[in-house]
Design a protein around this ligand. Structure first.
Ligand code: 3HC
Length: 311
């Protein structure tokens, strides 16, 4: 039967207690947390690329400053999350090696191109909005370091979502051409944003176990539905339409019904065949190689400091 340690772990999770780095935990619990936290961190780091594409071309100094602040926040979110992963006994280097070798994932959403300035607004409103819907429950995750990282990240994420919403509002109520640009961006980012929540519950490999361990508090479909219900009124106040003819309020369900998601597209993107997969990984590898001298200098400096400390 289960060991004393396993019984203590199960009792702690059942009692809504936090599991901390020094607590005993099942290997599989540790492994799925490393998998999810690492991929979450990779998503933050890769997620800087689509937006960075517009930092040099922002339409005003104000917009440029906001976008730079947001991209810097994403880098910081990555660092919080790599640090949370390191409490589970893995090193940041090995996680980055796995990302560069295609052995760990990042969110599918970042494999789409940012074609116009309005995409920056659609990413803030929809992608960061979806991230918030997914991340708020993660603040109650059973693993302490991950839950605490989420609390900080959610605070900054709400600024990301608001600036995106406000950017789209300005465009939507601007000239004809600006309204059309905002609508085109929403048309392109809506369905990929719904895919961020993961495959349907009946095709989710990890959900049952992750929910038993109170890592995942709601299923993929539940959070996706919550996100759709949040976005419908927001789209109305933006004066923009969501590109789904089947979207309608269902009084019986108390939720919005929506159209079928193209899961073939989702699995193609996960296989690496999305519009920008190759470009994103190539740029990531190049950034890592270009930054090697900084890592070498920092570790050489650390060696000297240690030597001086023991003189
Ligand atoms: N993109 C890429 N891979 C995805 C995915 C997506 N949108 N959705 C699911 N997958 C992968 C899973 O990683 C898993 O593959 P793996 O075994 O190789 O890891 C497989 O598809 C099956 O999916 P499951 O639903 O069974 O997997 P999970 O239980 O891990 O659920 C998840 C997927 C809901 C994304 C969950 O991992 C999660 O909540 N992760 C934390 C949130 C996160 O990673 N967010 C990234 C969004 S972007 C972001 O945060 C930046 C923001 O600042 C804009």
């Amino acid at each position: 039967g289960p060991s004393e340690l396993e019984r203590a772990f199960d009792a702690a999770v059942a009692a809504e207690e936090r599991i901390e780095p020094r607590d005993w935990m099942p290997d599989a619990y540790r492994a799925t947390l490393v998998r999810q936290i690492a991929q979450h961190a990779h998503s933050e780091i890769i997620g800087m690329q689509p937006e960075a594409n517009w930092i040099t071309r922002a339409p005003s100094l104000r917009r440029k400053a906001i976008l730079i602040a947001k991209v810097q926040d994403e880098a910081g979110h990555g660092l919080y999350l790599y640090s949370a992963a390191e409490t589970l006994g893995v090193s940041r280097d090995e996680l980055l090696d796995k990302l560069h070798a295609g052995r760990q994932r990042y969110s599918s959403i970042f494999n789409y191109p940012t074609l116009t300035w309005a995409d920056v607004g659609a990413i803030g409103w929809l992608v960061d909005g979806a991230a918030i819907t997914n991340q708020v429950p993660l603040c109650r995750c059973s693993y302490g370091p991950y839950a605490r990282a989420m609390v900080r990240i959610c605070k900054e994420e709400s600024f990301h979502q608001r600036q995106g919403y406000e950017l789209l509002l300005a465009l939507s109520h601007g000239t004809e051409a600006q309204h059309a640009m905002a609508q085109d961006a929403v048309d392109r980012w809506w369905w990929p944003s719904l895919m961020m929540f993961g495959p349907p519950d009946d095709r989710s490999a990890h959900s049952a176990q992750s929910m038993a361990w109170k890592i995942k508090r709601h299923s993929n479909d539940e959070l996706r539905q919550r996100f759709v219900d949040i976005c419908v009124p927001q789209a109305a106040s933006l004066g923009l339409t969501l590109p789904d003819p089947d979207l309608r309020w269902n009084e019986q369900r108390g939720h919005h019904d929506f159209g079928a998601i193209d899961w073939d597209e989702f699995s193609q993107v996960l296989k690496g065949n999305g519009p920008c997969n190759e470009q994103r990984i190539d740029q990531r590898r190049r950034a890592h190689d270009d930054g090697a001298w900084v890592r070498e200098a920092a570790s050489a400096h650390a060696v000297k400091r240690r030597a001086r400390a023991t003189e």
